[in-house]
Design a protein around this ligand. Structure first.
Ligand SMILES: Cc1cc2nc3c(=O)[nH]c(=O)nc-3n(C[C@H](O)[C@H](O)[C@H](O)COP(=O)(O)OP(=O)(O)OC[C@H]3O[C@@H](n4cnc5c(N)ncnc54)[C@H](O)[C@@H]3O)c2cc1C
Ligand SMILES: NC(=O)c1ccc[n+]([C@@H]2O[C@H](COP(=O)([O-])OP(=O)(O)OC[C@H]3O[C@@H](n4cnc5c(N)ncnc54)[C@H](O)[C@@H]3O)[C@@H](O)[C@H]2O)c1
Length: 474
């Protein structure tokens, strides 16, 4: 879809209104832009909007406009999560005067989800059109370091940004085609009675929690004994016990060896269990960068299994080609706010507004697992290894006002302070609405503040924010 900007460029060049060089290859049916963005997810869109004020920008999208997060990730997931959490909150209030048992109507829940997701692609296109950003639907691949091809048409640009995201990894076992993915789960018209997930990371834990709360029998197969690596083991073990009490079957240290389709069902064989017949099995064993068909190796662009190799300014080894978001090999978590920050940053680099290396604030992350497990900053493991540097405060907070009110007896918070400066440097929260508390901690950490700073702040009482008072009241 062109919004006509490139055509306006042609006219402008023909009438001498544009700088020369802005449309130099138009005569060869090659359209020229200042910057081309491949991929219209949170990363690519952030870059395109930031560049648009002063540049001719083209965005190319092969699938759904808006990318993974709003179509098949964060947003639809949390719509389902919100409803199953309301059901569970009802159970928690059973001893607090609420009577009756809520049930999840899966088809109605899906209709609710579609009420949001069905509008995302058209809304994204409308936004691009209104902003005057050219956009075309199709698979982009490089035909030169300054040129891509989409459906047989060439487009050149001074800079090209790769923002193609990631896609689920399917374990390489016989019967692999029987695997479904998180995208399939988030579009299930009916909830299958018995389902399995391979992996025990973010995707498996979040979707397993939704499925079990909605009434399915759920199995998680994990090849080692660690779920949610990256979060402290003491916390993940508590979360595992909570999820197990809800009915999730954890099969740890278990490798899937084969899948076999049997009518509408799948027979799952493993190296530890008798064969299990399930109605659906979902691959949640990680995501790989979506780089297929881009022809990166032809250009000599370096990649690793984790993604495209970039320098501290997010340039690939071809300096005019940048990479951002989930497509990049990096140390920071692959999350929507990270992709958006990188998109805005790379636009500043391209516009000559900064030459400084990218820096990230403290990046909070949360598993929406009923309760939520969230953390930010210095990890608990790192803090335990440097007791001379860090002070760790672990608190069971189920008796705090908020957690008593919402009947979350297992709520727990750990804070980590730097002994020398007194600044808050890390936090872990396992609680209902942990994301709210961790957001406040993330703000304190990013501003390098001491918890006492909160004395100067007056949040609404009672609220999650007012609970922060517990951290400086002692
Ligand atoms: C189930 C699930 C739940 C998640 N939940 C959260 C959450 O709660 N919070 C959070 O912060 N993150 C979450 N994430 C992660 C988040 O979705 C990603 O980090 C984010 O979408 C990355 O943005 P991106 O722009 O890098 O890539 P994407 O959003 O994946 O966008 C990339 C786009 O590029 C397109 N593309 C790929 N190749 C080409 C090509 N050759 N030509 C043209 N277009 C191409 C793709 O079709 C896609 O639309 C979740 C992910 C999943 C799968
Ligand atoms: N709430 C959020 O912010 C959120 C939610 C979902 C996804 N995400 C993003 O998406 C990414 C991908 O999520 P994910 O859960 O797919 O990946 P992940 O990397 O978080 O977890 C993958 C899991 O699969 C296991 N595994 C790997 N190979 C296996 C195999 N062959 N058999 C069994 N288990 C195997 C790993 O040990 C790990 O437990 C996350 O890292 C995160 O960046 C974020």
């Amino acid at each position: 879809m062109h919004n006509g900007k490139a055509d306006q460029v042609t006219n402008a060049v023909a009438t001498g209104r544009l700088k020369t060089g802005q449309c130099e290859r138009w005569g060869n049916m090659t359209k020229h832009y200042d910057t081309i963005v491949i991929g219209a997810g949170p990363g690519g869109l952030a870059a395109a909007y930031a560049l648009n004020a002063t540049q001719q920008v083209l965005v190319v999208e092969a699938n759904l406009w808006g990318g993974t997060c709003p179509n098949a990730g964060c947003d639809p997931k949390k719509m389902l999560y919100g409803v199953v959490e309301a059901k569970r909150q009802g159970q928690r209030y059973a001893k607090s005067g609420l009577v009756g048992t809520a049930q999840v109507d899966w088809p109605a829940l899906m209709t609710f989800k579609h009420s949001y997701t069905d509008r995302v692609p058209t809304g994204t296109v409308a936004g691009l059109t209104q902003a005057g950003i050219d956009h075309i639907h199709g698979q982009a691949h490089f035909v030169g370091t300054d040129m891509i091809q989409v459906d047989g048409t060439n487009y050149t640009a001074q800079q090209i940004i790769i923002a193609t995201g990631a896609t689920p990894t399917l374990p390489d076992i016989p019967g692999q085609t029987a695997f479904q993915t998180s995208t399939d789960f988030l579009n299930l018209a009916q909830l299958p009675a018995k389902i399995g997930f391979v992996g025990a990371g973010y995707v498996a834990i979040e979707l397993a929690n939704i499925a079990v709360e909605a009434g399915a029998e759920v199995h998680i197969f994990q090849h080692n004994e660690r779920l949610l690596r990256g979060f402290p083991a003491s916390y993940t073990e508590k979360l595992r016990q909570i999820l197990q009490a809800k009915g999730i079957h954890f099969h740890m240290n278990t490798n899937l060896t084969a899948l076999k389709e049997a009518g509408q069902q799948v027979i799952v064989t493993t190296d530890t269990l008798p064969a299990l017949t399930l109605d659906a099995i979902f691959a949640a064993a990680g995501r790989r960068p979506q780089l297929d068909d881009l022809n990166l190796s032809d250009l000599g662009i370096a990649t690793k299994p984790q993604g495209i190799v970039v320098n501290e300014r997010l340039q690939t080894n071809v300096p005019t080609i940048y990479a951002i978001g989930d497509a990049v090999a990096k140390q920071v978590p692959k999350l929507t706010p990270v992709a958006s920050l990188e998109g805005r940053y790379v636009a500043q680099v391209i516009l000559g507004q900064t030459q400084a290396a990218i820096t990230y604030p403290a990046i909070p992350h949360t598993v929406f697992a009923g309760p939520e497990l969230a953390q930010v900053g210095v990890t608990l493991d790192a803090a335990k290894q440097a007791p001379e540097q860090y002070m760790i405060q672990e608190q069971v907070v189920g008796n705090w006002y908020t957690y008593h009110r919402i009947q979350d007896q297992t709520a727990e918070v750990t804070t980590i302070q730097d002994r020398t400066t007194g600044q808050l440097v890390g936090a872990v929260v396992l609680a209902i609405n942990a994301e709210e508390l961790i957001n406040h901690f993330a703000a304190l950490i990013s501003k390098h503040e001491k918890p006492e700073t909160l004395r100067d702040w007056m949040p609404i009482y009672p609220s999650v924010a007012s609970d922060l008072g517990y951290f400086y009241s002692k």
